[in-house]
Design a protein around this ligand. Structure first.
Ligand SMILES: Nc1nc2c(ncn2[C@@H]2O[C@H](COP(=O)(O)OP(=O)(O)OP(=O)(O)O)[C@@H](O)[C@H]2O)c(=O)[nH]1
Ligand SMILES: [Mg+2]
Length: 203
């Protein structure tokens, strides 16, 4: 069997407190599972799982691996080795759960010593379909992200709102900062964008 060839690969991590939707986001970011019928099941992750997305930009084949860590694994030494190699990190909280937002600040401090210089971060407020249960304001997310030099977006794994944008925002930033000739030019990178949805909040 012929191995799939790609010119460059990047590692993206999904990190955040338990039960805030990391695995559901991973599912939505998986091309073959993107349209799976939604259910509210919760199966706590064990260890680490991954998916990938392939992009073709200016004839270069680019693979983005997306790693989903169980929250209890995030502080383990093996997770740290992934963090050192990460090109991008989705720091995820639930807009309905105050503790998951506080967790991000703690996580950020824990991550900092291990992050490579090139790593790009994006703060993701999930479950924006549950406006009636909102416990973290959009402005709070925006301020935290600005203070830590991250991008910020609110999304819903349930309705898929903002899902492609969260991926594209991070992927574009990685590609624009990257060294891949013919790919980092802005016009080429922006071909990643799809017109499938509007982001709720995008900064
Ligand atoms: N309403 C709503 N519920 C969501 C959303 N995303 C996740 N959930 C629910 O939140 C629960 C936890 O989702 P998971 O994706 O398993 O959470 P996780 O962060 O991977 O949890 P761990 O694996 O324990 O770290 C499930 O019951 C999901 O149905 C969302 O965008 N909207
Ligand atoms: Mg999980």
């Amino acid at each position: 069997m012929k191995a799939v060839q790609y010119d460059v690969k990047y590692n993206l991590l999904l990190l955040g407190q338990h039960s805030i939707g990391k695995s559901k986001l991973k599912q939505r970011l998986t091309p073959s599972e993107n349209n799976t019928h939604w259910n509210n099941d919760y199966f706590p992750s064990i260890g680490v799982d991954f998916t990938f997305r392939d992009e073709n930009i200016n004839k270069k084949k680019i693979r983005f691996y997306i790693w989903d860590f169980a929250s209890n694994e995030q502080s383990r030494s093996f997770a740290k080795s992934y963090i050192q190699k990460a090109d991008g990190i989705f720091l995820v909280y639930s807009i309905t759960k105050r503790s998951s937002f506080s967790y991000i600040e703690k996580l950020f401090e824990e991550l900092k010593p291990y992050l490579s210089e090139k790593a790009q971060l994006i703060l993701v407020g999930n479950q924006c379909d549950e406006e009636e249960n909102r416990a973290v304001g959009t402005e709070e997310g925006r301020v935290l992200a600005k203070d830590r030099n991250m991008q910020f977006i609110e999304v819903s794994a349930k309705t898929k709102e903002g899902i492609m944008s969260m991926y594209q925002l991070l992927a574009e930033r990685i590609l624009c900062e990257g060294q891949v000739k013919g790919v980092k030019e802005k016009g080429a990178v922006f071909s990643l964008r799809q017109k499938d949805e509007k982001a709720k909040c995008y900064s």
